[in-house]
Design a protein around this ligand. Structure first.
Ligand code: AHR
Length: 636
């Protein structure tokens, strides 16, 4: 992905790159002296990863490729959400919620369609509007299913994808043999030479009078790696280009829920979809839990990420907490069982359950996070709660590293999760945050961070703040073992967003990476394994840098951030090594801090690659205004 995005040379940058060697050292020049042979620490190989939760329609209406919205027919005072009655011509029908019958214990109710009159030319049925539409592409196969039962006359249901504006049927299939007992039925919709569009909906219709009950109506497009119940291809490809080392899941606030009853209960998110009851997310909408514990793990498998499992630790957002001791014990046991589901072999109770769910091979787990943002627990119980989880988990899984979500005094945690949501100027002032941090304390996980400027996704001013902050994290990556931006996703449709400034935006059919996304692609693509000794003299107050070295390739990566509106001269001096004369510079820049990428202009700001002549021991270089650059320097 990166290789594809960086091959053109931006005409506006070229003069600055070429003029670099001619610019004399001035008072503003940043002089970086690098000692490639003297490493002061190791870069964490897991530094860059992903944080994710159900927020901003990240899974439902986002990564999770389900096209049917409210597939289990949840309702509020206004009726069944996202579903509408369809009466063509003389057809007459009524749609209602039936709480007396459903396909499973987890889904005990259903949608009841009473059809008084319908025939082949005037069918009756229901419409689902999808998550702000349904993406329909040419020559594509969509796999659908539903649970149904029928009475008095109805024995067939036709499923059709229909264009909102044209009313044209784009693909259609009829399921026959609907019986009087709840059963699952499948259907396949194949499009022909249609125009790609999101302005479509699903119709389920019948041609006879009678009664039909429906639940768990589903429709999936092709998914990443063709996984059943899988993920959107475009979004997975964008994540793959970030080369993430880990995935933190399932939250965030989503782990905690507003109340204890609304926490993420992993057992209710595994197994057949019909056995998942769904649950309210703290971000204001019901979660299908189609993205359940096993789906998170398979997402990790698909992108070669280490799972970073956050377990519920007895505190929920509205302030409820569970007292440490006997009250907390069931939650501790529940976390142990969850870990067994992830890592246990098939001889264990929960490993066998995972095998039954389709994945006999255990997953490798290194990190478990105990809760989320427990500094908000005003009862002060977190220190003891963490310790109780710690003792029980370490007794059974001594190799696991256990992350605390807030500083505690009861013991020294293995790792501490720090969160930072700031403005760009605040990050500029805070880039040295970890430079003098205690190396004998817990390791650090920057589990959530973002410059919050730009809506719905970061503008270039935010990207400069992000990049500056990343230079600080890289310089301290002997201490910071992992870092993840948050939130990762937002659906950009009206009502889709609950949290400003999210890394990747999308609607039902298209997606784009913000400039900050591309900064992260650059930072993770060019990351060495060593932190060479270096020093800086001069440079403006909005100049930031980090240096890593790839010891296997004898290559130095110099990351530079010029957050100023004027060019920044940089002189690089190598001590103890000479440059081979070849290299390259990758640049992300914009003319204004408010410049950004959008759904309609997704590639306004993308990395641009150019050759860099760098021989000898000195390199004179000038950074464009508002720019982030990676200099790739090959040692001779
Ligand atoms: O990233 C959005 C929210 O910010 C997370 O859910 C929470 O952990 C933090 O407060």
């Amino acid at each position: 992905m990166l290789a594809r995005t960086v091959i053109r040379v931006n005409a506006f940058l070229l003069p600055l790159l070429l003029a670099g060697s001619a610019i004399a050292q001035g008072p503003n020049t940043a002089v970086l002296t690098i000692h490639p042979g003297q490493s002061q620490g190791k870069v964490s190989p897991t530094l860059y990863g992903l944080m994710t939760e159900e927020i901003n329609y990240s899974y439902d209406g986002g990564l999770y490729a389900e096209m049917v919205r409210n597939r289990t027919f949840g309702s509020d005072w206004s009726g069944i959400l996202d579903w509408y009655l369809l009466e063509k011509g003389n057809a007459r029908a009524a749609m209602s919620e039936d709480k007396s019958t459903g396909p499973s214990q987890a889904l005990p109710s259903s949608m009841k369609l009473d059809v008084q009159q319908a025939d082949a030319s005037d069918p009756a049925g229901v419409i689902n509007i999808g998550y702000w539409g349904m993406a329909v592409r040419p020559n594509t196969t969509y796999k659908g299913s539903f649970y149904a039962k029928a009475e008095s006359g109805i024995d067939a249901v036709t499923a059709s994808l229909v264009g909102d504006q044209s009313g044209a049927t784009l693909a259609s299939a009829t399921v026959t043999g609907i019986s009087g007992d709840w059963k699952e039925y499948t259907y396949t919709l194949k499009t022909g030479a249609v125009q790609p569009s999101a302005a479509n909906h699903l119709e389920l219709t019948v041609k006879h009078a009678g009664t039909l009950w429906l639940n768990l109506v589903s429709l999936f497009p092709p998914t990443y790696h063709n996984r059943a119940n899988g993920n959107r291809i475009d979004l997975m490809e964008k994540l793959a280009a970030m080369h993430p080392a880990f995935l933190r899941f399932p939250g965030g606030n989503y782990l905690e829920g507003n109340t204890i009853a609304e926490r993420f209960e992993w057992q209710k998110t595994i197994g057949p979809l019909v056995d998942r009851p769904t649950h309210p997310s703290p971000w204001g909408y019901q979660s299908t839990d189609g993205m359940g514990l096993l789906e998170f793990l398979e997402w990790c498998e698909d992108l070669h990420m280490n799972p970073l499992l956050a377990v519920y630790a007895g505190y929920s957002l509205h302030g409820e907490h569970v007292n440490p001791g006997a009250d907390l014990e069931p939650y501790v046991q529940n976390a142990l069982e969850e870990i067994e589901y992830v890592t246990g072999d098939t001889n264990t109770k929960w490993g066998a359950e995972r095998a039954k769910d389709g994945h006999p091979a255990p997953f490798h787990l290194t990190y478990v996070e105990i809760g989320n943002e427990d500094q908000f627990d005003k009862s002060g119980s977190y220190g003891e709660r963490y310790q109780q989880f710690y003792k029980a988990i370490k007794a059974k899984y001594p190799d696991l590293q256990l992350i605390a979500t807030a500083p505690i005094t009861t013991m020294k945690p293995d790792v501490l999760d720090d969160h930072y949501y700031k403005r760009a100027t605040e990050f500029f002032h805070d880039v040295h945050h970890y430079d003098n941090a205690d190396r004998n304390g817990p390791k650090i996980f920057v589990g959530e961070w973002a410059t919050r400027e730009g809506l719905p996704t970061p503008n270039f001013g935010a990207t400069l703040g992000d990049a500056a902050w990343m230079t600080g994290m890289e310089r301290n990556s002997d201490l910071i073992v992992m870092a993840s931006y948050a939130p990762l996703f937002t659906n950009v449709n009206p009502g889709g967003l609950q949290w400003d400034t999210d890394l990747i935006g999308y609607d039902a059919i298209h997606s784009y990476g913000s400039p900050s996304y591309y900064a992260q692609v650059m930072f993770s693509a060019y990351l060495g394994d060593q932190l060479p000794q270096s020093s800086e003299q001069g440079g403006g107050s909005r100049f930031f840098y980090s240096i890593t070295r790839d010891s296997k390739k004898s290559r130095v990566y110099v990351k530079l951030v010029n957050a100023d509106s004027t060019p920044q001269p940089v002189e690089i001096k190598l001590d103890g090594a000479t440059l081979a004369g070849t290299g390259k510079v990758v640049t992300l820049s914009a003319r204004d801090t408010q410049a950004t990428n959008t759904l309609s202009e997704p590639r306004n700001i993308v990395p641009v690659e150019a050759p860099l002549q760098a021989a000898g021991t000195d390199l004179h270089h000038t950074m464009p205004p508002y720019s982030i650059q990676v200099l790739v320097l090959n040692e001779r």
